[in-house]
Design a protein around this ligand. Structure first.
Ligand code: ZN
Length: 482
């Protein structure tokens, strides 16, 4: 390490220490007390419902949890009676984006409100290609200080997409200093660039999540020690006959090449009778997952992407009539109506590949789960051109997980306790995802038990995010289109 590097590291450590201290002061200075009484508690520490529990909140933190008969309600506290209701930790969407499409005058409702209204109290933002469009960091500050209502935001910096104008090492160092929680790597990064990114990230202890770059491939990603794969669908390229030495200046050319090569590879499979097709897919998936067995790498599920693609291509009327799709930006919906949505273009004349890809991704989900891969509840909501609605889509993702062999507890764990443990690897804090003293006051009050039926997680009576309580009335105001 050079002198410059060590100086920068010292500076970084000092800043981090100050930041932790300030965060502690902010929590300590907020003494508002809220008490949830007589709740059926789903702490998510294990698969259990504990009857008649009290949860005391001070400021943004859970102070204590215990039997309602034993914990007294402190004076001057706000009391929320949870009789006949279920209290669980707020949910995390571990892969979202905040982008321009949601911020012009055509936006019906801010995505921050869509998340909160759906019980999503943490979002991990996978960034954009430019700093200019990157809202996550500024919003996080405003949400932390209470100037804005929204979920806790865990942001990466501007995506590392390749074609760099500077040494990628410098970008990693800069994003670390800017306090982003992780680095996002995109498909077009070359082998040399990826090596430079990963070796710098390892030196600085920076978490790297991303696509499997086309030139690098899964084996390269594993060898360099990338921390997480951003979608199950990223494994698709592993089944393709990509020439990993190819390089394109233009991102669009690179994508066209990858998609075309993959379609060519799968074409013969599509001719097979369904049973044989499924057997073939299972054999492919098993061989792939065997390569991960020794050291399962965390993966974001994002299967709702496939679900939405199939709807858009094969049942566009139903897609447009989905009640929550009224929250999509009107310029996106106009593009969809004239056939200019991202997937309408990508799958043009290859629509049959969409259900095939969905089946493949579902088989991957099952196989990854079987080798104990940490799977993270996530949707890719919020990108301009995909039609995935923030918040609502996370409940669709839960349903898809349960349809594919997860118990409701396992599906909810992917967006609570498992998610928080992964964030701990990123920034050192296992701060949410369970109801225990010391954890963040991010809670979801439900009318019915989500462990019986995961769809009950949609039956929301109220949401607490960073200690702020939103009752049913507040939630319906959030969702109103003015
Ligand atoms: Zn994404």
């Amino acid at each position: 390490m050079s002198t410059g590097d060590s100086l920068r590291l010292t500076y970084l450590i000092a800043i981090c220490a100050l930041w932790v201290q300030m965060a502690g002061m902010a929590i300590a200075s907020d003494k508002r007390i809220t008490v949830f009484i007589h709740a059926s508690l789903i702490p998510m520490t294990s698969e259990t419902v504990i009857p008649d529990q009290t949860v005391v909140i001070e400021g943004k933190q859970i102070l204590s949890v215990g039997s309602s008969s034993q914990i007294n309600t402190p004076p001057n506290s706000t009391v929320i009676d949870c009789r006949n209701a279920f209290l669980m930790p707020g949910l995390a969407d571990m892969h979202i984006h905040f982008r321009q499409g949601w911020f012009d005058e055509k936006k019906p409702v801010s995505p921050l409100k869509l998340f909160l209204a759906n019980g999503v109290t943490t979002v991990r933002c996978f960034g954009t290609r430019s700093q200019r469009n990157h809202y996550a960091f500024a919003w996080r500050k405003k949400i932390e200080t209470g100037d804005l209502a929204g979920p806790n935001i865990i942001p990466c910096g501007p995506q590392l997409r390749g074609h760099f104008k500077e040494n990628p090492e410098n970008i990693v160092i800069r994003q670390k200093y800017q306090h982003y929680d992780f680095i996002k790597v995109y498909s077009f990064v070359t082998r040399e660039e990826f090596h430079s990114i990963m070796s710098t990230a390892k030196k600085l202890d920076v978490y790297v999540a991303g696509h499997i770059p086309f030139q690098v491939g899964l084996d390269g990603v594993m060898a360099e020690g990338m921390n997480e794969i951003a979608h199950i669908e990223e494994f698709l390229w592993e089944f393709s006959d990509l020439d990993r030495k190819r390089y394109f200046e233009n991102e669009g050319d690179w994508m066209t090449y990858a998609i075309q090569t993959t379609f060519n590879r799968f074409s013969p499979l599509l001719q097979l009778p369904p049973e044989e097709q499924e057997q073939e897919i299972e054999a492919m998936v098993t061989a792939l997952v065997d390569r991960l067995k020794a050291k399962p790498i965390p993966v974001c599920t994002t299967l709702v992407i496939d679900d939405v693609i199939v709807q858009k291509l094969f049942d566009p009327k139903r897609f447009l009539e989905k009640p929550e799709n009224r929250y999509l930006p009107s310029n996106y919906l106009e593009r969809f109506r004239i056939g200019r949505d991202k997937h309408q273009l990508q799958f043009k004349d290859g629509e049959v590949f969409a259900p095939f890809k969905y089946l493949l991704d579902k088989k991957l989900l099952v196989a990854l789960k079987a080798i104990n891969t940490p799977l993270l509840l996530s949707t890719d909501a919020g990108t301009d051109g995909m039609g995935i609605v923030p918040g609502f889509s996370l409940h669709d993702e839960l349903a898809i997980l349960v349809e594919n062999g997860f118990t409701p507890y396992e599906a909810l764990a992917a967006g609570t306790v498992v998610a928080s443990k992964i964030v701990q690897r990123m920034n050192g804090w296992d701060a949410f995802g369970t109801i225990e003293s010391g954890k963040c006051a991010d809670l979801l009050l439900l009318q019915e038990n989500p462990l019986d039926d995961v769809a009950n997680a949609r039956k929301i009576l109220g949401v607490m995010a960073a200690g702020r309580w939103y009752d049913r009335k507040a939630i319906s105001e959030m969702l109103a289109i003015k």
